[in-house]
Design a protein around this ligand. Structure first.
Ligand code: GLU
Length: 306
């Protein structure tokens, strides 16, 4: 049996947009008879107490997952093993560039913006030696392509950039793109549902997955929730976390109702939504969540999809 997952970074409380993505990941997994796993991506951006709050909020809206919750910080030997394998196949090189070096080099005419320009790819042993004395190296993948195509349930075939991306940061922390691929591969995850801000990362990850011999998962990059100004919903928008909503008398069930309504699904329970779930019928426009001050404190759900 395959598996889907939700993989939050414990950087703070989840907001309605994150909870909506979690519900979608659960719906996609359960409607395709997959297990649903929860993974805490705490390699960076971890804030004390955030994981507990996130898990409590997921439970409060009725989500259940299979097996134990895994934490990336407890899996570093798996990432190290993958890095060693890539190194033994001569697929890595040391990179000493600063962010600024890369921005400057990649803003040159004809360079694809935001992609690694190859500066350190072919340094000689003595050049590397000299640079190591100045700053620690990150490890980058020696990629043999410039693009890779993935299949996304919602976006169809998507071809995106694959450059020599970082797999080990220069502070020795495995990079997100490596950890996510190793985890999905080892956990048997064959369905990745997450926000569409990560769509452009999927080709890099799929490329790495097949290099490491993992099956490339099916993807569904779902629309992010937006605030009234059309920007990505954030905690500072107010009344968007379960904690903030509770202060205005809105229960977790009411929050789940709002989310399911925004997806055009029955709102009575997650199981009712699951029975009706059909990815082809999902809204194709983002969910714009605006808080209506007049509804605050009335106990009525606020922020119905506009
Ligand atoms: N940890 C990432 C985030 O919270 C999600 C990564 C993924 O789903 O691949 O944005």
């Amino acid at each position: 049996m395959g598996a889907g997952r939700f993989a939050p970074s414990p950087s703070g409380e989840l907001h309605l947009g994150n909870l909506r993505t979690a519900i979608l990941a659960w719906l996609f997994a359960r409607s395709t008879n997959r297990r649903f796993l929860l993974r805490i991506e705490d390699l960076d951006r971890a804030r004390a107490g955030a994981e507990e709050l996130q898990l409590a909020d997921l439970r409060a809206i009725g989500l259940e997952w299979d097996g134990p919750t895994v934490r990336q910080t407890e899996r570093t030997e798996l990432y190290t093993a993958a890095i060693e394998e890539l190194r033994s196949r001569d697929l890595l090189f040391e990179c000493f560039c600063t962010r600024r070096d890369i921005t400057e080099a990649s803003s040159a005419p004809h360079a694809a913006p935001g992609t690694y320009p190859g500066t350190c790819r072919d340094l000689s042993a003595s050049e590397r030696e000299a640079k190591r004395a100045v700053r620690p190296a990150a490890l980058r993948l020696r990629s043999d392509t410039h693009e890779f195509a993935i299949t996304d349930v919602l976006h169809g075939r998507f071809t995106g950039i694959v450059d020599d991306f970082v797999v080990l940061r220069n502070d020795s922390v495995p990079a997100y793109n490596l950890a996510v691929v190793v985890d999905d591969g080892i956990q048997g995850i064959d369905q990745v549902v997450r926000g569409d801000d990560l769509l452009t990362s999927a080709p890099r990850q799929a490329y790495l997955a097949q290099l490491l011999g993992y099956r490339v998962p099916t993807y569904a990059h779902v629309q992010l929730a937006l605030n009234g100004e059309g920007r990505r919903l954030a905690k500072r928008d107010g009344s968007v976390t379960l904690g903030q909503l509770a202060q205005h008398g809105t229960s977790p069930e009411a929050a789940r109702t709002m989310i399911l309504a925004s997806l055009g699904l029955p709102t009575s329970s997650l199981d009712a939504a699951l029975d009706a779930f059909d990815p082809t019928l999902l809204p194709t426009h983002p969910w714009v969540f605006t808080t209506d001050p007049n509804a605050l404190g009335t106990g009525k759900p606020i922020g119905w999809p506009s």
